[in-house]
Ligand binder design. Structure first.
Ligand code: NAP
Length: 295
């Protein structure tokens, strides 16, 4: 590894499927990276690759100019940033850039941005489009909300993890876009999984029916990709159903909190929730097709 002493010190908090791969990209690019995970063993392979491990998010943030969090949801984001004794907010340096890359609600981003501002630091919400393979290949797309100057300052770091960083608007816009993207995707996948039954019910070959349907212009390219996985019954997790259910819930809650109707997000959330109750939460989004097998 060709680490240079003048690189910006970075922290990555949350070393799950996505965070570990993102941290690895930064380490392999020669950056100075301190990592933290609630489950300390998750840091070991990254320490072996050249990272330092911190015992708390606060310690990780204390040594960094850019602090990236990649954890499950709003609750996890609160746990790693806000905890009075151990949270990253307590360690944040004035002038630092905090990046919340987890898929969380715009409401969570508003609260975090305010707390980060009190530390005289700046928050970017930068959730990602793309899944595990894209994280591994540095091919994520960051949807970034927050001040333009902080976006420009963070862009080279984001560029080590992703192929494109889009500055989509002020604080909270990245979170809003991400929920819009995921809700749109997940609703379509659920719809596709449901209508396969019409073809099967007509006595058509399932795999051929899926392929034909996926090849029609009515099917979006993203859903056509998932259709291949449904046809091949390949459900190993990329975008796990449990996270899909969470994102739809957040989309619905955010729309409803704004006084808007969200019947499709609600219906799709119920479908993915049902999949979780059936023990399918760890499967890739394509695994929702299992729900629609004839009973
Ligand atoms: N997977 C995808 O395809 C994908 C794609 C785009 C965006 N995302 C989003 O990226 C984020 C991370 O996803 P992932 O797939 O990496 O999830 P994951 O593999 O389940 O990892 C979740 C991470 O959050 C940590 N965490 C959860 N609850 C916590 C708490 N209360 N306190 C501290 N840490 C906590 C976990 O710590 P432990 O190690 O201790 O469990 C782990 O580091 C999510 O917001 C997800 O929606 C995922």
């Amino acid at each position: 590894m060709n680490r240079t002493p003048d690189t910006t010190p970075l922290a990555v908090i949350g070393l799950g499927a996505m965070g570990a791969r993102m941290a690895r990209r930064l380490i392999d690019a020669g950056q100075r990276v301190t990592v933290y995970d609630r489950t300390p063993e998750r840091a070991a392979p990254l320490v072996e690759a050249g990272a330092a491990a911190a015992p708390t998010p606060r310690d990780a943030a204390a040594g960094a100019d850019v602090v990236i969090s990649m954890v499950t949801d709003d609750a996890a984001s609160r746990a790693v940033w806000d905890d009075p004794a151990r949270g990253a907010l307590g360690g944040l340096r004035p002038g630092a850039i905090a990046i919340e890359s987890s898929t969380v609600t715009p409401a969570r981003i508003a609260a975090l941005a305010s707390a980060v501002g009190e530390r005289r630091a700046t928050l970017l919400d930068a959730p990602v489009a793309g899944s595990r393979p894209q994280a591994e290949a540095g091919a994520l797309i960051h949807l970034v909300g927050g001040p333009a100057a902080a976006f420009e300052a963070a862009r080279p770091i984001l560029g080590l993890m992703g192929q494109r960083a889009l500055h989509v608007g002020p604080s909270g816009s990245g979170a809003a876009y991400k929920l819009a993207v995921n809700a749109l995707f997940a609703i379509q996948v659920a719809a596709f999984a449901e209508v396969i039954g019409l073809l099967e019910g007509a006595g058509l070959d399932r795999a051929q029916g899926i392929e034909r349907l996926a090849g029609l212009p009515i099917t979006s390219p993203a859903v056509a990709g998932v259709a291949q996985l449904i046809a091949a019954e390949r459900f190993e997790p990329q975008f796990p159903i449990a996270l899909v259910a969470k994102d739809l819930r957040y989309a619905r809650d955010t729309l409803e909190a704004d006084g808007r109707d969200a019947p499709l997000s609600e219906a799709a959330a119920a479908i993915y929730r049902r999949a979780c109750h059936r023990g399918l939460g760890g499967l890739n989004i394509a695994g929702v097709a299992r729900l629609f097998a004839p009973g």
